[in-house]
Ligand binder design. Structure first.
Ligand code: F6R
Length: 607
């Protein structure tokens, strides 16, 4: 949530920072701003709304200088307007600050500052920081920051420029991610995420919680809040600019949906070796695990529900799935043999991180299934299962979801093998069939496109959609509904088919599209009954089903054809694909920005 960036070097900071903000805008896009310290004078430019507005302002009124900070905002405290846009300045304009996180005790701090005569110009929690810095500044920015830090409660990564110290940026981190990058020609960068360090930085390090830094083109000095200096270990940046650009696609979402065959192929190559499973070493003896708890949020939570089905069915292990924001406030029972698996694309989701920490405090081993490996969840886990999906930039998760589902299936097979729950022939049948998955994904995307665009054309104006699925397709229904609502703002609900008659069926009218996920699996006949019930009430049926299922096609207004998977358990990996494209088309038809849906941010690093 919120993205921050900084630059010191020979280039004009404004241009570098605008590119960095472009790469960070998935973290929030309610407003944006930059502050540049040029020879001791700090100039800010800010705008409400998308980055293009800031680009226009800075084109008309460019700010010159080689040292600056920047911010793209996801509003927490204070409405999204230009007054609340960062950077925030001290009363005398001598200090400017960008902040990511939440200062939980901001009201007490604000009251105190206001009673001392300080005038605030925004409603944000963040603005207390520059005012506190101004109050405690006596010529040494680091000493000043060290005095202020103990006053702040909550999570933060912030960067500050002080007019009396041109060429320097001061940063501190407690709970929100912050990376420092170095590039050729004495360039020093700072950003909430690696893509925003490109193309100027070739190496980076993660600032750790409890650390602050003084950055200049001469030197990067990191120390702890209490003043101990820290060794620097920079890592090479392996990401290339190609991986974070849209290429020929109109949106990152479209690109990421299309990338799925390739990504799943890469994942399989990492998990299969000469016909056997090659699971990452998790440092845990899985033979003794008899209880698994999946913790996740949003789309990752939907993947977790499939993980439960896989593990229960294949490995006969008792599994719970919990929403991380709920688990973290419970008092879970810790028993021997329990394993927690945190699932997170970003590896930074605040609730999932907090629930991981709770589990660890109870001495439960924690492994994580993550896409961003150098993330806080990754670092705090006992073992990591990498997703290898590459950077996911579209706010709606697509490729990370299918990678999670496939990785969880491989994990369940691995646990089943370790625990001796599957016969050799059963295991090899399930493993062998995996090789066809990338092709089946590509074919499903290709063959379903025509009927998806046709249905999307007809239902663009529908103001609600219901998704029904049973068994493994219930999570597909939840995920299909989430995709639609988050990018097209159409109200959508996913229900277990069997629950439909217990209330939601009252929604059915001749104008309601009901998406029925109905592959020929064990629940097929039950889903057909659901379809009949909707038809009897003149609802409109969009079904997701086998390409050759003529009777389903006849019962449906539209059929999104999918390929058959070798293992029914894994069929939901294919069923979700047309629903990703359906959401994409509806959103586009409605004129919505699919990569930056309103009110959302990709990485939810606040509670
Ligand atoms: C929806 C979506 C979100 C995330 C959720 C968890 O398309 O992307 O629901 O799945 O915010 O994020 P991660 O997986 O990064 O923990």
């Amino acid at each position: 949530m919120c993205g921050i960036a900084g630059y010191i070097g020979p280039l004009q900071a404004q241009a570098v920072l605008l590119v960095a903000l472009e790469r960070l805008k998935y973290r929030g896009y309610d407003s944006a701003g930059i502050a540049i310290n040029h020879d001791g004078e700090i100039t800010c430019r800010k705008s409400h709304g998308k980055l293009t507005d800031l680009e226009k302002i800075t084109t008309l009124q460019p700010v010159l200088g080689h040292c600056g900070i920047a911010h793209t905002r996801w509003a927490t405290h204070g409405i999204p307007d230009s007054g609340n846009a960062h950077p925030h300045s001290s009363g005398d304009g001598s200090i400017a600050v960008v902040h990511n996180g939440i200062i939980e005790n901001h009201q007490v701090l604000r009251d105190d500052l206001e009673s001392a005569g300080v005038l605030f110009s925004s409603q944000t929690d963040s603005e207390v920081i520059p005012h506190l810095l101004e109050r405690h500044y006596e010529g040494d920015p680091l000493a000043c920051i060290r005095t202020v830090l103990p006053l702040l409660r909550g999570s933060y990564a912030f960067a500050a420029v002080f007019d009396q110290h041109p060429g320097h940026i001061y940063v501190a981190r407690q709970g929100s991610p912050l990376l420092i990058g170095r590039g050729k020609g004495q360039q020093v960068l700072l950003a909430s995420d690696i893509p925003a360090l490109l193309p100027h930085a070739h190496e980076y390090l993660q600032l750790q919680d409890g650390q602050l830094a003084d950055l200049s083109s001469q030197e990067v000095c990191i120390s702890t809040f209490s003043g101990d200096t820290t060794d620097l270990t920079f890592l090479p940046i392996e990401l290339d600019v190609e991986a974070i650009s849209k290429g020929d696609f109109d949106s990152f979402m479209a690109k990421e949906i299309a990338e799925q065959p390739e990504i799943l192929q890469r994942l399989l190559e990492s998990r299969l070796h000469q016909g056997t499973l090659a699971q990452p070493d998790l440092g845990i003896d899985l033979r003794h695990i008899n209880h698994v708890v999946f913790l996740a949020a949003g789309t990752s939570w939907h993947a977790a529900q499939l993980g439960k089905r896989f593990l229960e069915h294949l490995a006969r292990v008792h599994v719970e799935v919990d929403i991380s924001s709920e688990y973290r406030y419970r008092n879970p029972v810790a028993s021997g043999g329990t394993l927690v698996v945190a699932i997170s694309q970003s590896g930074e989701t605040a609730d999932t991180l907090a629930s991981l920490r709770l589990a660890k405090s109870k001495f439960i081993p924690v492994i994580s299934l993550i896409n961003v490996l150098d993330s806080t969840i990754g670092r705090e886990s006992d073992g990591i299962m990498p997703l290898l999906a590459g950077p996911e930039i579209g706010v709606a998760s697509t490729k990370a979801y299918t990678a999670q589902v496939l990785a969880l299936y491989c994990f369940a097979l691995h646990v089943a093998r370790v625990k001796g729950q599957l016969s050799t022939s059963d295991l090899s049948h399930r493993i062998d069939g995996l090789h066809a998955i990338p092709h089946l994904v590509a074919e499903t995307l290709r063959a379903s496109e025509a009927s998806i665009t046709e249905a999307a054309e007809l239902f663009t104006a529908a103001n609600g959609t219901v998704f029904l699925g049973r068994g493994g397709e219930f999570p597909t229904a939840l995920e299909g509904a989430l995709k639609l609502k988050e990018i097209s703002y159409v109200h959508a609900m996913g229900y277990a088919g069997g629950e439909f008659k217990h209330g939601p069926i009252a929604l059915v009218t001749p104008s309601l599209p009901v998406v029925c996920i109905c592959p020929r699996d064990a629940m097929y006949d039950k889903m057909i009954s659901n379809i009949e019930e909707v038809r009897a009430r003149q609802g409109r049926i969009i079904s997701v089903g086998d390409a050759d299922d003529q009777s389903l096609a006849q019962l449906s207004d539209h059929l999104f054809p999918i390929q058959r998977c070798h293992d029914e358990l894994l069929q939901p990996l294919l069923s979700i694909l047309p629903l990703q494209r359906y959401a994409y088309h509806i959103a586009r038809n409605r004129g919505c920005d699919v990569d930056q849906p309103r009110n959302l941010a990709k990485s939810v690093t606040v509670e």
